[in-house]
Ligand binder design. Structure first.
Ligand SMILES: Nc1ncnc2c1ncn2[C@@H]1O[C@H](COP(=O)(O)OP(=O)(O)OP(=O)(O)O)[C@@H](O)[C@H]1O
Ligand SMILES: [Mg+2]
Length: 408
């Protein structure tokens, strides 16, 4: 700035004044510019999305607060760095395509690690085409919650239809099956040597019951009858399980301590007859992580036990014969207005196609031994009988985690 007070000539004074005016205007403009910059920064920082600006060389020109939060890298450090080193998960080709084709590129439900957890994001790349501003803006939105909610909605809708179908079928099949079992039982009785009436009828026809029985045994008919009866009984058992889809009773609800309930269920698991054949329980480690302050939960004790037992059994089966030491972690805790029971194993985990179907009735990967009803019944018990939630998290090689949520 020029001091005009001791300038001798008038002309000089005028020049000086207008020069000063110019300087003042420039200052003003700079201030406005800074104000605009701050405003812009505030705007992009207040966005819940990750916003990253890049130049055509894929070097970072903008890095908003959300980007800083997710990566831990602050904007000063990010400025001018290669995008590929700052956000290695991002597919850089997408940004190149957007810039080259001058078109917005979008990808949804991309698997992304955010805050150390795997989640889903939508990625949009907007090309910048203004003079002297070439490059692109990358926007990354965390849609994990949305994807999960969608999955759960599809899940519960699917279950509503299949569940209704299963319950209806169970009712229809119950009677004919009972007929089969009963009739087989009657046939067996009428062939046995214990009933006097059998002997009477036989001798009236001039045959000996002993001869008839020898024939039956020689031709394996007795074994066939027995196996027919066992098959029918197994079918009845399945039907009985399916009927629980339709049952909804409030009678047996009572307050229960979930830690005690879980402990009792773990004891049941250890005494499971089927499992004992295949398992050495000394090798299976069950670790408990219980929140000591959890309030009691109103629930149907035996039903919740059934659910936990199902999940524990599945976990134990999944870990049969694996190389690393089998471990189940059981957690009981509270989060806001819900109590949670979490059962995590370090087994083989599941592919997405399997994970998405585990709650469907009759979905099983156990070719002979499974009915595929365990988890679907569990799902009904938790969601329709208890107004709770049942979720699964699992990726191949990383074990599985089932999370039961019960309203407090
Ligand atoms: N912890 C787990 N690890 C890996 N896969 C699992 C796990 N839990 C369940 N699954 C998969 O989910 C499928 C369905 O489980 P569900 O309990 O409904 O039926 P099942 O165990 O096959 O039969 P059932 O329970 O009637 O004996 C299983 O066959 C298995 O493929
Ligand atoms: Mg099962």
């Amino acid at each position: 700035e020029i001091d005009t007070s001791d300038l001798g000539f008038r002309e000089f004074e005028e020049i000086a004044i207008s020069a000063n005016r110019m300087i003042e205007r420039r200052r003003q403009a700079q201030k406005e510019m800074q104000g605009l910059r701050d405003l812009l920064k505030n705007i992009i920082d207040s966005m819940p999305s990750i916003l990253v600006g890049v130049d055509p060389m894929m070097r970072v020109t903008q890095w908003n607060l959300e980007a800083q939060k997710v990566t831990g890298i602050d904007p000063e450090m990010a400025q001018g760095q290669a995008l590929s080193t700052l956000l290695p998960q991002f597919d850089i080709q997408m940004a190149r395509d957007a810039i080259n084709q001058k078109k917005t590129c979008k990808k949804s439900k991309v698997i992304f690690v955010l805050h150390k957890d795997k989640g889903y994001v939508d990625i949009t790349v907007y090309p910048l085409t203004a003079e002297g501003m070439e490059g692109a803006v990358i926007r990354i939105d965390d849609v994990t919650e949305k994807v999960r909610a969608e999955e759960m909605m599809i899940q519960s809708e699917k279950m509503l239809t299949v569940g209704g179908l299963a319950a209806g079928m169970a009712h229809e099949l119950n009677n004919p099956l009972a007929g089969i079992v009963q009739n087989i039982q009657v046939i067996m009785n009428r062939l046995s040597g214990n009933l006097p009436q059998n002997h009477q009828t036989a001798s009236g026809l001039q045959i000996r019951l002993e001869t008839l029985n020898a024939y039956i045994q020689d031709r394996g008919i007795d074994r066939m009858l027995l196996s027919a009866k066992e098959s029918a009984l197994r079918a009845s058992q399945i039907i009985k399980n399916m009927l629980s889809f339709s049952r909804k009773s409030e009678d047996c609800f009572a307050h229960a301590d979930l830690r005690e309930l879980t402990d009792n269920t773990i004891e049941l698991l250890k005494n499971d007859y089927d499992l004992k054949h295949q398992y050495d329980f000394k090798q299976l480690q069950i670790r408990r992580e219980y929140d000591p302050h959890i309030p009691e939960v109103r629930c149907e004790y035996s039903k919740i036990q059934q659910v936990i037992l199902n999940i524990l059994k599945n976990a134990a089966y999944a870990m049969i014969g694996q190389d690393n030491a089998p471990l189940i972690v059981v957690r009981v805790y509270q989060n806001r207005n819900k109590a949670f029971i979490e059962i995590e194993d370090n087994g083989p985990g599941m592919e997405q196609e399997i994970r998405e179907r585990v709650f469907e009735p009759f979905f099983t990967t156990k070719s002979k031994s499974g009915t595929g009803l365990g988890l679907s019944i569990s799902y009904f018990i938790i969601t329709s009988n208890h107004n709770g939630t049942l979720e699964v998290e699992s990726t191949p090689g990383n074990g599985s985690r089932f999370i039961i949520g019960l309203p407090l």
